[in-house]
Design a protein around this ligand. Structure first.
Ligand code: PMP
Length: 380
């Protein structure tokens, strides 16, 4: 028993602070997944995977891409993705987490500055921790703060390249980055703009290419996770060919990891085709988003345009209590606590997907209204 004493103590401490986590199943209406377009379990994707199996696409890759793991299907996906996103090249990673680790961990060099939005995802922080560049944080979506941070750094003698790391649609706040202004700032500073499109890919852009689509591309790198609206797994990094070549040569998360399943690469290819012709799917999603915002806005959901609707309750215990009661009532809504979000901003992250009906949304709003006032009374 004593072998894991330190871990047991840590768990007990987390539990005492109400921060313990546990895995729960998938019951109730889906107000929690990132399967925004409802593709993950769709007949269209299933059929594509069955067809890929039938034409002989292997399940396992058998090794790193740099060894024998490099398969036709990976390269075909990357060619499709480069065309879809309108970029010179694309590289497929096994996850967005690995892609961010490789991007931020290897592209910025010693003497460079990575300037990141304070709300970027944990995987971007992982990359920055691995990398050799200096890192500084800027206030969320505050372009003037980004510009001031660059000026400060230069005044203090910073002479290297600046890398601006942002998301296009923030996963826990549901708001959008001022990408046009950030791109202009990057151009003016000779900086590179890294945009994590995890929650925008498939949902935004003329054919689901994301929010950075149409920006000047010379200094732009985008990351598109495939486990959200694309309904699959993995991530595509797009940009100039030199960036792809560099990641193949220097990206440790790419080099020292077994290549993703070729079957999954085939599924992602199908998902790109589906979202490319997915206007009806996006219309269906935004019908739901409009309904949800009208019904949930009065309950205090943060204003915004997107399919991610946060209801900040602040208190951890109340947040988890309301989430638990919603789950018991058949609504799969998850509570999000620090360290995923800043202290004091625990929230329900209500995610709208095509997996729910307009009636589900109305029923959720009713139940949530009751629970909010019930827990207000309890808290008072
Ligand atoms: N970036 C963002 C903004 C994310 O929300 C996530 C996943 N939640 C990731 C990267 C990591 O992607 P993956 O889940 O494919 O590892």
């Amino acid at each position: 028993m004593h072998y894991f004493d330190a871990q047991a103590r840590d768990l007990a401490e987390l539990a005492a602070r109400g921060r313990g986590r546990r895995l729960i199943g998938r019951e109730g209406a889906d107000f929690a997944s990132n399967d925004y377009l409802g593709l993950a379990d769709s007949p269209a994707l299933r059929e594509a995977v069955v067809a890929a199996l039938a034409r002989g696409v292997p399940i396992g890759s058998g090794g790193s891409r740099l060894l024998r793991g490099n398969q036709t299907e990976h390269e075909a996906l990357e060619a499709d993705a480069a065309a879809f996103f309108g970029r010179e090249s694309a590289l497929y990673f096994s996850s967005g987490y690995a892609a961010n680790a490789a991007l931020l961990g290897t592209l910025p060099q010693r003497g460079d500055l990575v300037l990141f939005d304070e709300l970027v995802h944990a995987s971007a922080h992982e990359g920055m921790r691995l990398g050799r560049a200096e890192t500084r944080q800027a206030a969320h979506n505050d372009v003037a703060a980004f510009a001031a941070a660059i000026a400060d750094w230069r005044r203090a003698g910073g002479a290297g390249r600046v890398w601006i790391a942002v998301e296009s649609l923030y996963s826990m706040d549901g708001d959008l980055a001022p990408l046009a202004e950030l791109s202009a700032l990057a151009a003016a500073e000779d900086a590179i703009l890294l945009v994590d499109e995890a929650h925008a890919t498939g949902v935004y852009g003329p054919q689901g290419q994301g929010l950075a689509y149409g920006l000047p591309t010379g200094n732009l790198i985008t990351l598109h996770t495939c486990g959200k609206a694309l309904g699959c797994e993995g991530a595509l990094v797009t940009g100039p060919a030199v960036v792809r070549d560099f990641l193949v040569n220097r990206g440790r998360a790419f080099i020292f990891s077994t290549a993703p399943s070729p079957l999954m690469a085939a599924a992602v290819r199908a998902a790109l085709r589906i979202v490319g012709e997915g206007d009806a799917l996006r219309r269906a999603l935004f019908d739901r988003v409009r309904t949800a915002r009208a019904a949930l806005g009065p309950l205090g959901v943060l204003d915004g345009p997107s399919q991610v609707l946060p209801l900040i309750l602040g208190d951890d215990v109340r947040t988890m209590t309301v989430a638990g009661l919603l789950q018991e009532s058949g609504f799969d809504v998850r509570g999000i606590r620090p360290p995923t979000v800043p202290a004091g901003t625990s929230r329900l992250r209500i995610s709208i997907t095509n997996n729910v009906t307009l009636a589900d949304i109305a029923a959720l709003a009713d139940r949530l209204a009751t629970l909010i006032s019930a827990t207000e009374t309890a808290a008072a």
